[in-house]
Write a protein that binds this ligand. Structure first.
Ligand code: SF4
Length: 309
């Protein structure tokens, strides 16, 4: 059996930065620090930070007054920002700068009286944060699929723009955007795609990888949007694909008669988990590993000034 490794894979710049913010906040302030939502959607990362003293909460009302509060890489609504200030927290914002860019876009469009449509998955923390940038008088409208687009009933002459969650399937989103453009020919597009470079690059890498793979293993937690999209790419091509949190979740039966197995990792899954899978596959009879070339990434986001010393 041969192992093919996708490139790029694993941590993106936004995830690196978010984890660094929690670690630096812990060394600056000591434990505990409170993190609203999973800082990134990965079990291994969350458990590691828990063991170092981070407490993960769903809502700000679970945090006592005067504590350190960190917002996750997915971003938060304006309401959550206000709630955190109201309890006199020391706030560190680990929102990925590429999510912040979308938030700013929403606010700018709303100031211009433009109706914003957000393409995304209902209930995902990033979507809740982006919807939560709306002004009270005009809500951002969420669409998840082309059916939702059918049901939109905005005036054709009104000013409308669209924006997207950063971690969607590039192909599925294009389909929805085309539908929006058919229905609202004057709709305004974002200046630059909102699906982030890391999501795009990891999807492109999987498209190359699966041309030579009989099975795809994606390291990523079940609530990780970008990891799920990687698995779906293989499934759409009828190649068996599994989302796993680690080597211990591999069912040996999946490997029966498989000569080439592709391995990748979502943007929130650390490389150590990939290496554990490689070792496991060697134990199961793999004899060779090949890195498949892909886009080079040189993106880096720095942590807030106050945490740099
Ligand atoms: S997946 Fe993209 S948007 Fe999300 S944290 Fe990484 S770089 Fe930022």
């Amino acid at each position: 059996m041969k192992i093919l490794l996708a490139n790029p894979r694993g941590f993106c710049a936004g995830v690196d930065r978010a984890i660094e913010i929690v670690e630096r906040a812990l060394s600056k302030h000591g434990k505990p620090v409170y993190v609203r939502n999973e800082v990134v959607h990965n079990k291994f990362v969350v458990n590691d930070l828990k063991s170092k003293g981070a407490i993960f909460v769903k809502e700000i009302n679970e945090v006592p007054d005067n504590q350190v509060v960190i917002f996750s890489a997915h971003g938060v609504s304006q309401l959550v920002r206000k709630q955190s200030k109201d309890i006199d927290s020391t706030i560190y914002d680990a929102t990925c700068p590429l999510v912040t860019k979308v938030h700013k876009e929403v606010v700018r469009k709303q100031k211009q009286n433009v109706q914003v449509i957000l393409i995304g998955h209902k209930g995902h923390p990033e979507v809740e944060g982006t919807l939560g940038q709306s002004s009270e008088s005009r809500q951002v409208t969420l669409v998840e699929n082309t059916d939702d687009v059918e049901h939109l009933n905005f005036d054709l002459d009104s000013d409308i723009s669209y924006t997207t969650q950063t971690t969607l399937s590039v192909d599925d989103t294009q389909y929805i955007v085309n539908k929006l453009k058919d229905k609202f020919p004057n709709i305004q597009s974002p200046k630059k795609d909102d699906i982030c470079y890391a999501t795009q690059n990891r999807q492109d890498a999987v498209k190359v990888l699966i041309q030579s793979s009989e099975l795809l293993l994606v390291l990523g937690s079940s609530n990780s949007s970008n990891s799920n999209r990687l698995r779906e790419i293989a499934e759409k091509m009828n190649i068996p694909a599994y989302l796993i949190d680690g080597a211990d979740e591999i069912n040996p039966d999946w490997l029966n008669n498989v000569k080439t197995v592709g391995v990748t990792a979502g943007a929130s899954a650390p490389e150590i988990l990939v290496q554990e899978v490689v070792n496991y596959l060697y134990d199961q009879g793999a004899t060779e590993v090949e890195e498949i070339n892909g886009a080079e990434e040189n993106v880096h986001f720095s942590v807030p000034e106050e945490l740099r010393q």
